[in-house]
Each structure stands twice: as structure tokens, then as C-alpha cells.
Design a protein. Structure first.
Length: 255
């Protein structure tokens, strides 16, 4: 156990972390971002310096906003443990939420419509005059494919704390789960099919024009929303009648 530790800037965890010290001082600008790793703090005293208007509150949060891949699942928050004899000063805000899932990717474009029937140029038929067949219009494009599913939300982590004096300075704002990402947009409708080819007339009969391109297909349906994560729990051990927490920080025992 160290004598004194200072947190005066943002610290981003890259592994499960233990802080054991006699005195832990959060100074203005002090913040821990767990990135979903477990955090265990054990200190005789936790001192939370006063902050002035406009300064961020001392905090421990699970995640910061980041750029995610389409349809990516949100990360789970791991647990936060705080064991201290005294917490004094201002307040420590804890937000141990699961990360939201990302929106799904857009569905694929629909197939192109069927080509129209080719025209047949007019020719002279006895007793009937000039006879031909008009070119057909192209078919409607296919409906776009369904959007891809949204990512699942991550689970919120538990917050467990035992503070003999000053537990009101620990402010657990949320252990909520991450929300499932929205399903991706449906794919664009396919292009309309080409019109049939024009037909050239013979024997003094006129030609027939080419058919028109078919209409664009409908947009595909939206993808399925991702599943929400599971909410974490908050445990103030004093409220359970615990009077002492002993043992190694990795294997705590209450009594």
C-alpha cells in the first residue's frame, strides 16, 4: 500500500486495476475511465478537492463516446469496488453504464427489373396493312434487401462501496445497460428494367419505338434492433449492516 496517490487528470484503463493507498486525492480534472475493466480502490482516506464553476466533477465512468463499426455490439462494464474509512470534500460521480450498440448497416440494393419485350417492326400484311408489335416497358426494380441488425447493448457493471464516514459523497448516477442499436436502413430499390428494343419497319411500314425503363423498386425494410444489455447493481455495504471489510483487495470479506 502506497502512502499517497494523486489523480489530477483523465486516466484511461487498459487492464483490470487496483489502487491501494493510505490517501487518495482527486484534484480538479481528475477522472478515471475504466473502458470496461474492473477497478478496485482501497484507501484510508479519499479526498475530493473542491471544484470551481465550469470545472468537471470528479468522476469514474465506464466509457467515452467513440467511433464504432456498423452493427458492432456495445461493451460490458465491469465492476467498481471502493473501500475507504473516510471520503471527504466534494463528491465523486460514478457512471458504470454499458455501452450502446451501433446502428446496423444498410441493406443491399434490390435487383434490377426485367427487361421489356423487344418491339417487332411493322411489316405489310395482306388485308391487314402494316402490322407490328410495340416494345414492352421494363419491369419494376426489385425491393431492396432488409437492413442489417443493430448491435447489442453492453451490460452495466456493479458498483460496490463501503465507506465508514462520508458515503454520501459517493454519487452513483447510473449502472444502466447499453441500448441495442437501431436496425440498418433498408436497401435502395433496384433500378427499373430496360425497355424493350425498338423494331424497324419494312416494306414502307414505320418502326416501333423502344419501351420505357421500368420504375425503381421499393426500399427494403429496416433491420432488427439489437438487444438491450442487463442493468448492473449498486451495493452500499453499510446499508446491509456491514461493519468492517477485511482481507486482500482481490478477496474481500465483510462482517
Amino acid at each position: 500500500m502506497s502512502e499517497f496517490e494523486i489523480i489530477d487528470k483523465k486516466i484511461v484503463l487498459s487492464e483490470d486495476t487496483v489502487i491501494e493507498t493510505k490517501k487518495l486525492n482527486f484534484r480538479p480534472g481528475g477522472q478515471i475511465v475504466t473502458n470496461g475493466f474492473e477497478l478496485r480502490i482501497r484507501a484510508n482516506r479519499i479526498i475530493l478537492d473542491s471544484i470551481t464553476p465550469g470545472q468537471p466533477q470528479h468522476s469514474i465512468i465506464s466509457f467515452e463516446d467513440r467511433q464504432m463499426n456498423e452493427g458492432e455490439d456495445g461493451r460490458d462494464a465491469d465492476d467498481i469496488f471502493i473501500i475507504a474509512d473516510v471520503v471527504e470534500g466534494s463528491s465523486l460521480l460514478i457512471k458504470n453504464f454499458g455501452e450502446d450498440g451501433a446502428k446496423g448497416s444498410k441493406g443491399e440494393k434490390g435487383n434490377k427489373g426485367k427487361k421489356g419485350r423487344n418491339g417487332q417492326g411493322r411489316v405489310h400484311k395482306d388485308f391487314r396493312g402494316c402490322v407490328g408489335r410495340s416494345a414492352g416497358n421494363g419491369g419494376k426494380g426489385g425491393t431492396g434487401k432488409q437492413g442489417n441488425p443493430g448491435g447489442d447493448g453492453g451490460d452495466g457493471g456493479d458498483v460496490v462501496f463501503f465507506v465508514k464516514k462520508g458515503d454520501e459523497n459517493i454519487k452513483v448516477e447510473t449502472v444502466n445497460p447499453g441500448r441495442g442499436g437501431n436496425g440498418g436502413d433498408g436497401g435502395d430499390g433496384g433500378d427499373g428494367g430496360d425497355g424493350g428494343n425498338k423494331g424497324r419497319g419494312r416494306g414502307g411500314c414505320g418502326s416501333v419505338s423502344a419501351g420505357s425503363r421500368g420504375p425503381v423498386g421499393d426500399q427494403g425494410p429496416t433491420g432488427v434492433k439489437g438487444e438491450d444489455g442487463i442493468k448492473g447493481d449498486i451495493h452500499n455495504m453499510l446499508s446491509f449492516g456491514v461493519s468492517e471489510v477485511e482481507g486482500d483487495i482481490h478477496n474481500l470479506q465483510s462482517k
